[in-house]
Structure formats: C-alpha cells, structure tokens
Design a protein around this ligand. Structure first.
Ligand code: 2RA
Length: 329
C-alpha cells in the first residue's frame, strides 16, 4: 500500500505513525504530509528517515490511502482533492462526520457499511468513540433509551499547545495559552466552541455522532464535556437507561464479550479504570459498574481510553485495515 499520513507532525499524526508501525500495517510506500511550514522536516518510521512533503506532492503521487489529522478546514479543502486522485481518505477531523453522504465509522460497530465507493470516511470524535465502543453490545441486547454523560478530558485532546500550557503552568513559566483559563490545578467545563443552545460543539458531537454510529436516532444523549489537567486519557461518567431490564451479571457478561473493551472492576481491591492505566492501550477500559438505584433499568459506569489511540489514531488505522482486508481500496 502507498499510504499518506496527512498532519504527520501533529500529536495525532505522530500516534498514527506509531500505531501503523506497531500493527504492521502493510505500508510499501509512506508519504508524510504536512503544511508548508513543515515541508522538508525529517521524520522517521520503522527506523527509516522520511522528508515531510506538501499536500500537492502527495496528491500527485496518488496514495491508495490517506489518513488525515490536519484539522477541519484543511480536511474540507484537501480531502476531496485526494479523493479525486483516487485516494481513500480516513479523516480524523469533524469536517465530514455529520455529512449524510459520508460514513462515520467505529470498526467494531459499523465497518460493514463501508464500500469501495466511500472515498472520504470520517473517524468519530475521541469522547464519542470510547463511549460507543463500551455501549455497543449493551445497546444490541438491551436497547439504550437515554445516556447522560460527563467527561473528564485530557489536554492531549487539544494538541501540543495545550500540553505545553499545562507543563509551563506546572513549571511556573510563561508561554502560549491553548485555553481561556489556567488548566493546571483547575477544571474547565468548556471544550470547543459554544453553540446557540448553550451546549459546546464537543457536547453536541457526543449527541449526534452516537446516533449516527449506532444507526439509531431514538437514542437520547445529553452531555457535559470538561477539560482536566491530565496528559493523556479521557474518562467518562456514563449513566445509561435501557428499554429492557438486566442483571449486573448480564451487564458484566456483555461487556466482557464486547470487542475492544476490557472490564476493570474490582472495587474490593481498588481496581477501576484510570487514564494513566489506559495510556498506550488500544482498549476501552470500563469499571465502576453499578445500578442507578434511583431509576429502573439504568446503569452507571466509568469509561476510560487513550484519546490519542482508540479515540483517534488506532480507530483510523483500524478503518484502514478493514479497507485493506476487505479489498475496498
Ligand atoms: C478534545 N475531542 O479532546 C477533542 C479532540 N478530538 O478536545
């Protein structure tokens, strides 16, 4: 495969290279692509040195797959140009996610929808991916009515500038700010821009993307998304009401059978998922599983994943793997 990684110099781009190498993705030729200011920069992949090339150079070389993590506006402009050149784009930005002509894919749930005709495929938002992976088999067995989710999101979800802000604040140094407020020793209940309804775009991504990935518009979702001073790993408190009743044994069994999920739930031994334990892992960790005692058919759970991996790079690479394995590129 001739593979392009677009946005190769960013945090997610770097993670994509790591995941492609670890999973031994069949890369015969690799194009590392970034904006003009990074063209010419040297980067390595599997011990070999590569020079970062421009978008135009990459398009001219007609890669079979391009994995994009270059932001929404770059993606809106450049993904169609790659697609016109015959490349299948897996895009990590929000640009195409809610476009009804584009598929929004979490491979464990809906990769089967993909066809050769899909030239731009959207990778969902990190906070949505880990939640739907965890809820996948529970929804199939018990049918979700309503989800109430609160997130605790790491600064790596914002990018390098935010990691630098946190580290500078910790070291008592001045520097550029990614957030409107100090993030160290603080919690900011604001991720992405505010919309007219008072929710943030991040919150509405969780509402809308969940329905699209699960293929079920009846699922009600309400979200509060929050940035916390953690470097790597998003956590979520999820309260979910089902149509069918369940026993906790059913829930444990379903979660243990859910692809991509690892149950970490042994409170007697203080075992529950934490972002530091999710770091570098591709699985979604689920724990603190208990009934909501205030309402029937309702469950509380705590869901943690490495936002740069299953929340971004790993999910995108898994989509690319599915395309290759099923001869869709
Ligand atoms: C965040 N959801 O954590 C974003 C990254 N895609 O800010």
């Amino acid at each position: 495969m001739k593979v392009a990684v677009v946005g190769a110099t960013g945090l997610v781009g770097g993670e994509m290279l790591k995941v492609l190498a670890e999973r031994n993705f069949p890369v015969d030729e690799l194009l590392l692509v970034a904006s003009e200011k990074s063209v010419g920069q040297k980067m390595s992949f599997k011990g070999k040195e590569y020079t970062v090339v421009s978008m135009a150079d990459a398009i001219a070389q007609k890669p079979q797959i391009a994995i994009f993590s270059a932001g929404g506006s770059v993606s809106k402009e450049m993904a169609p140009k790659f697609a016109e050149a015959g490349t299948t784009v897996v895009d990590n930005s929000s640009a195409w996610r809610m476009d009804p002509t584009k598929k929004l894919v979490v491979p464990e749930i809906n990769a089967k929808e993909l066809t050769k005709e899909d030239k731009i495929i959207a990778n969902p938002n990190c906070s949505t991916i880990q939640m739907v992976v965890a809820l996948n088999l529970l929804h199939q067995a018990l049918k979700i009515k309503r989800i109430v989710v609160s997130t605790y999101q790491s600064v790596t979800g914002t990018g390098k500038k935010a990691v630098d802000q946190l580290m500078n604040e910790r070291a008592g140094k001045e520097g550029e700010k990614a957030y409107a407020y100090q993030i160290d020793l603080n919690v900011i209940p604001h991720i992405d821009v505010f919309e007219a309804n008072g929710y943030t775009k991040e919150e509405m991504k969780m509402v809308n993307e969940t329905k699209k990935i699960m293929g079920d518009d009846s699922i009600k979702v309400t979200a509060t998304t929050v940035r916390i001073p953690v470097v790597g790993g998003h956590s979520e408190s999820v309260n979910v009401e089902f149509e069918k009743d369940f026993t906790l044994e059913d829930v444990y069994r379903l979660l243990q059978e859910t692809p991509g999920v690892v149950v970490v739930d042994d409170v007697a031994n203080l075992q529950y998922p934490m972002p530091k334990d999710a770091h570098g892992k591709d699985e979604v960790l689920v724990g603190r599983i208990r009934r909501d005692e205030t309402q029937e058919r309702t469950l509380n759970m705590w869901i943690v994943a490495d936002n740069l991996r299953k929340g971004a790079a790993t999910n995108a690479v898994q989509i690319a793997e599915y395309l290759v394995q099923n001869e869709l590129v």
